[in-house]
Write a protein that binds this ligand. Sequence first.
Ligand code: DC
Length: 206
Amino acid sequence: MSFTIAIDGPAAAGKGTISKAVAAHFNFAHLDTGLLYRAVGRQVLLGTPALEAARALSADDLDGDKLRTPEIAQAASKVAALPEVRAALTDFQRAFARRAGGAVLDGRDIGTVICPDAEAKLFVTASAEIRAQRRFKELFEKGHDTTLETVLADVRERDARDMNRADAPLKPAEDAVLIDTSALDIDTAVARAIEAINLRRAAFAM
Ligand code: DC
């Protein structure tokens, strides 16, 4: 039996951490769909046309460590605005979502476009300032030479592009449970997510 958990939200709101914890809790498979766009963005920076890169994408290209740089994040957000690129990545995400045993997908349009019939939907958000502080700390700890102002400008630029694009813009699905992590520690945010999903699981078990 399949059970799909869709977790959407802007950059650095905590959806990656929540998704991993939720997948481990329910023993579901997890797909960070941002990695698909990042892998395409990386290929574009290396000179491959976006659509060609999206069509040729393979699991070997989804190495998170290599893909989590600010340059690749911006390139990902740009290729993600191209409808043909999004279309080329749709089937893979839908097949993953319906695998037996349950799946967690996190991204921007999972509950709205990729899996509108997902059994559970969460929208994880936080203020731009808090998200920038978290991302800055992460980058600083990895040795990136940047400033909080640069990271905040980056977060705002990516938010604006992701929310205002014509195709699959970032927005909560009407039936998503909203979790604002601005004032929550990670354990509390994860507990809220699990609680919301358990309510949906109980509804489907009836
Ligand atoms: O979640 P992330 O920061 O790794 O995502 C990188 C970019 O990819 C993000 O700015 C927008 C895009 N993206 C998208 O458009 N749809 C998704 N489902 C996931 C990511």
